[in-house]
Ligand binder design. Structure first.
Ligand SMILES: Nc1ncnc2c1ncn2[C@@H]1O[C@H](COP(=O)(O)OP(=O)(O)OP(=O)(O)O)[C@@H](O)[C@H]1O
Ligand code: NI
Length: 367
């Protein structure tokens, strides 16, 4: 049994413009200790899928179908009190906006100490010491002094580190990070990512990492889910995804990273935009933007199947390489014609931002 099992999750928003099906039947699992990336363009439904796990969707959002099991417990069925307990003890979340996650009227240290006290019977002094340890662990220099700073006295990057410290205070089995470095400047981003990479490597904490940055995925993740218009269109261990993307959408995403992609058949950027989720295209949702689309693609929505075997996702193990494209059900006549070549590090220029992100040098392995 995996730590987290999501099965056929559907989330809708009931708006004046119609029903927005932001998440449309996604299934995946996360095993203890592994880091799984959820990637895709803006509006794919990544955040909605993540919020739904802990039933944090706000009106008018609603889970209409599917199962969410954490450590064998059904999160859709458990009581609000149980869910709060799980959130305090087992699953922690880190969002993009660190500022909003911290209370401006308490010191950073007090907030972390309070988070510790909330789920463990410790004395005030112990809570304080643990909070200082956590601040040190997330790389806050001079943590004893910084304990007494208010959030506004922290830089954006330090605030995000403090939020991560707070998330770690319960020693969660699962950490859900949604764009944890977006909005921070590049060097600060690198520091936070390094921190998450250390965490992924050194602790037993599993991470669901939502991002639109494939470089971040290459650096941190064991496996990747690619989401497009509410659906998962590809799922693979990280190397397989980068070296041999099976879905044209993924190939397009990869081609927009300078290090990857061949000049021939290169889909420099993917023309067009994510479709409306009120009235998505018929057939494959990516077909209006896909350079390889044929008539059949407008008629049939391909299911996620083993890219090599064509077997259904249900029968495939978690490390199988799956893609949702008619190519893999034998229904595409001309086939796919792209090549993504991974240049090795020596060929890339010193100013290449992806130089350090070769998936071959990724730390930590999936078991
Ligand atoms: N409160 C809401 N009301 C109506 N629609 C919503 C609401 N929140 C999200 N949506 C819709 O759900 C879809 C998915 O949104 P979501 O925020 O999950 O995308 P995302 O993949 O996280 O994108 P980003 O990378 O920009 O964060 C979007 O089409 C969005 O319009
Ligand atoms: Ni989002």
């Amino acid at each position: 049994m995996a730590l987290l099992e999501v099965d056929d999750l559907v989330v809708q928003f009931y708006t004046d413009d119609g029903v927005v099906r932001a998440v449309d039947g996604i299934s995946y699992e996360i095993r203890a200790g592994e880091t799984v990336g959820l990637v895709g363009e803006s509006g794919a439904g990544k955040s909605v899928a993540s919020l739904a796990l802990l039933r944090l969707l706000r009106d008018p959002g609603e889970i209409v179908r599917g199962e969410i099991r954490f450590d064998g417990r059904d999160l859709r069925e458990c009581s609000a009190a149980d869910l709060r307990e799980i959130r305090g003890n087992d699953i922690a979340m880190v969002f993009q906006d660190a500022d909003a996650a911290l209370n401006p009227v308490y010191t950073v240290g007090e907030q972390i100490a309070e988070a510790i006290r909330a789920h463990e019977p410790v004395t005030d002094r112990e809570a304080r010491e643990r909070a200082i340890d956590l601040l040190e662990r997330v790389g806050i220099a001079d943590a004893t002094t910084r304990y007494s700073d208010y959030p506004h006295e922290f830089s954006g990057g330090m605030q995000q580190r403090a939020v991560i410290a707070m998330a770690l205070s319960c020693d969660p089995a699962l950490l859900i990070c949604d764009e944890p470095t977006t909005g921070l400047d590049v060097t600060v981003q690198a520091g936070i990512l390094e921190l998450l990479a250390d965490l992924a490597r050194e602790s037993e904490t599993a991470i669901q990492l939502v991002t639109h940055d494939l470089g971040v995925v290459a650096e941190l993740c064991d496996r990747v889910l690619v989401q497009y218009a509410g659906e998962i269109v590809e799922r693979a261990p990280v190397e397989d995804l980068f070296y041999d993307p099976k879905h044209p959408y993924t190939a397009g995403l990869l081609a927009s990273i300078p290090r990857l992609g061949d000049d021939r058949n290169r889909l420099a950027t993917i023309p067009g935009t994510m479709p409306s989720l009120v009235d998505p295209p018929t057939g494959c949702r990516f077909h209006p933007r896909c350079p390889f689309a044929e008539d059949a693609c407008a008629r049939r929505n391909p299911s996620l199947v083993g890219a090599a075997s064509g077997t259904s996702a249900v029968d495939a193990g978690p490390d199988a390489h799956l893609a949702a494209c008619l190519e893999y059900t034998g229904d595409l006549e001309a086939g796919l014609d792209y090549e993504v070549r991974v240049r090795d590090g020596s060929e890339t220029g010193a100013d290449d931002p992806c130089r350090e992100r070769n998936p071959g040098t990724r730390r930590g392995e999936t078991q």
